[in-house]
Design a protein around this ligand. Structure first.
Ligand code: GTP
Ligand code: MG
Length: 168
């Protein structure tokens, strides 16, 4: 699970596991500062990555996170799927675009997870998703899943996507 700070990575992991507080959540961006691994069914790990793009993190810490995440995404052979999370309310940032281009360029299997759907009205969904697709220049056939950690919207779809990417 990758994405900018505060996009809702940790919250989504909790929602997916149906448990509160497994992954630490905070209204203060920059909460997750390490790679946190959650072993699921003794079969695979969900990995909660530190968020990018949060200005208040000291520059040397930021650099260290960047390196850690980049090494992880670039070199991890058994990484099956990268989920890039973007907030439905905002056009993707420059860093979101860079992250997406990185995934697309290296051919990492990936999906876009749109978070916090509960924050806007349903009638606005498609308009916002269109902006996200266009700004990231999302490749055709890239799965895009709309989610909310408040309502559990998208949870089943997300598990299905993950399942498709696990080795049988
Ligand atoms: P970092 O660890 O800093 O990278 O952040 P994160 O991406 O893990 O975000 P986190 O899950 O900690 O959530 C950030 C804030 O957004 C918290 O206040 C959450 O309660 C809120 N939030 C997360 N997901 C949702 C959602 O689906 N709906 C709403 N309304 N709020 C959400
Ligand atoms: Mg987090």
């Amino acid at each position: 699970m990758a994405g900018r700070s505060n996009v809702g990575k940790s919250s989504l992991i909790n929602k997916m596991l149906n448990r509160r507080g497994v992954a630490r959540v905070s209204a203060t961006p920059g909460k997750t500062q390490q790679l946190n691994y959650f072993l699921i069914n003794n079969e695979f790990h969900l990995v909660d990555l530190p968020g990018y793009g949060f200005a208040k993190v000291p520059i040397d810490v930021k650099r260290q996170w960047g390196k850690m995440v980049e090494t992880y995404l670039g070199r991890r052979d058994n990484l099956r799927l990268v989920l890039q999370l973007v907030d439905i309310r905002h056009a993707p940032s420059k860093e979101d675009v860079e992250m997406y281009q990185y995934l697309a360029h290296y051919g990492r299997p990936h999906g876009i997870v749109v978070t916090k759907a509960d924050k806007i009205s349903r009638g606005q969904y498609q308009k916002h998703i269109k902006v996200i697709k266009e700004t990231l220049k999302v490749l055709p056939n890239t799965p895009i899943i709309l989610t909310s950690s408040e309502t559990a919207l998208g949870r089943d779809e997300l598990w299905n996507l993950i399942e498709q990417h696990l080795i049988p």
